[in-house]
Design a protein around this ligand. Structure first.
Ligand SMILES: C[C@@](CO)(OP(=O)(O)O)[C@H](O)COP(=O)(O)OP(=O)(O)OC[C@H]1O[C@@H](n2ccc(N)nc2=O)[C@H](O)[C@@H]1O
Ligand SMILES: Nc1ncnc2c1ncn2[C@@H]1O[C@H](COP(=O)(O)OP(=O)(O)O)[C@@H](O)[C@H]1O
Length: 290
């Protein structure tokens, strides 16, 4: 039997997210430091007569074929590069990340299948062309193609990958209340906020990152907290954990992350959160290095 193709789809975390403007089409201009945790969904595929997607895992319910970003990404890829993958793909998506959680799970899944399809053909696809197709599927899909620390500007399509990044760990906690991204943007009080301060580069020590992050924000946090008050309680709780350098919401929520320099302290914080909130989703993982 052929070995299946396997692509990880890691969780995205916006360590900082500043909303700095609004475009004529209504989309918001962002300035964001994005990193990826070594935990996420997983896409596997084997060659087949036709394309097919099965979704498994704890958060797979309701994400069948038609509505799935993976199916849309496959169709968009085949329309853009007909014949590049001259066989069907029988795919399984293990959906381990909560949905509509600020972790870009759907975007990571779409990026995973785009990466896989690009790698399967005999000709090279230019990185910029793949990024353009990714951007047509969702604002976070280009960053998920990279899946390593980067600064994203524009609506997420202008990316600057970082050459170095401190070895850190995140604890992720989600109260399992899905949050609609569009609604959080709609509730913003101000759409013209100061950009992130300049990043010291190269940044190699967690403490350096912590000092810089103290001068940054997630502008989507106040409107999201107003919609889901549990977010505020989780930030307060996590920021008290020993070794936690920063507790903040990721993306449009509702996932809250804690940033740690030590793996042991991250796992201890995750353990305590699981005891306090047995119904919430809790994970601890290292960040993916550049
Ligand atoms: C906010 C962020 C930060 O990383 O993450 P998530 O919370 O989704 O994880 C992203 O910008 C989200 O990216 P993504 O989830 O791909 O967004 P899209 O599907 O393109 O957009 C969903 C809706 O959000 C609003 N939207 C999104 C991005 C943006 N820069 N400005 C917006 O106003 C629009 O109303 C859009 O219709
Ligand atoms: N593979 C997928 N995984 C998650 N959500 C998906 C997927 N395909 C389509 N969606 C839809 O995309 C929306 C955003 O999902 P998701 O990427 O998880 O959000 P977020 O970026 O906030 O974490 C959901 O409402 C969901 O219905």
């Amino acid at each position: 039997m052929t070995e299946p193709f396997v692509q990880p789809a890691p969780a995205k975390v916006n360590l900082a997210l500043h909303v700095v403007g609004r475009r004529a089409d209504g989309y918001h201009e962002l300035d964001s430091l994005m990193v990826f945790a070594d935990i996420g969904d997983e896409l596997t595929a084997v060659p087949a007569a036709a394309d097919r997607l099965a979704v498994t895992g704890p958060f797979g319910k309701g994400l069948g074929n038609g509505e799935n970003l993976v199916t849309r990404a496959v169709a968009a890829f085949r329309a853009r590069w007909p014949g590049h993958v001259p066989f069907g793909l029988d795919m399984t998506l293990a959906k381990n990340l909560p949905v509509a959680a600020g972790l870009g799970g759907g975007s990571a899944d779409a990026a995973a299948v785009l990466r896989l399809m690009a790698s399967l053909g005999e000709t090279e696809i230019a990185a910029a062309d793949l990024v353009a197709l990714a951007a047509s599927l969702g604002a976070d899909v280009p960053a998920c193609l990279v899946s390593a620390p980067l600064v994203a500007r524009g609506i997420g399509d202008v990316m600057r990958p970082l050459k170095a990044f401190p070895a850190c760990h995140v604890v992720l906690v989600n109260p399992l209340v899905p949050v609609a991204t569009a609604e959080v943007f709609r509730r913003l009080q101000s759409r013209q906020n100061p950009p992130m301060p300049d990043l010291p580069e190269p940044m190699t020590r967690p403490a350096q990152l912590g000092i810089w992050l103290a001068e940054t924000r997630n502008d989507l946090e106040p409107p999201a907290v107003a919609m889901v008050p549990q977010i505020g309680s989780l930030i307060a709780r996590l920021s008290q954990a020993p070794g936690c350098m920063l507790a903040r919401m990721s993306g449009s929520g509702a996932t809250v992350f804690g940033l740690f320099g030590s793996s042991a302290q991250a796992h201890q914080a995750a353990h305590e959160l699981r005891e306090t909130y047995p119904d919430y989703w809790v994970a601890a993982a290292p960040l993916i290095a550049p």
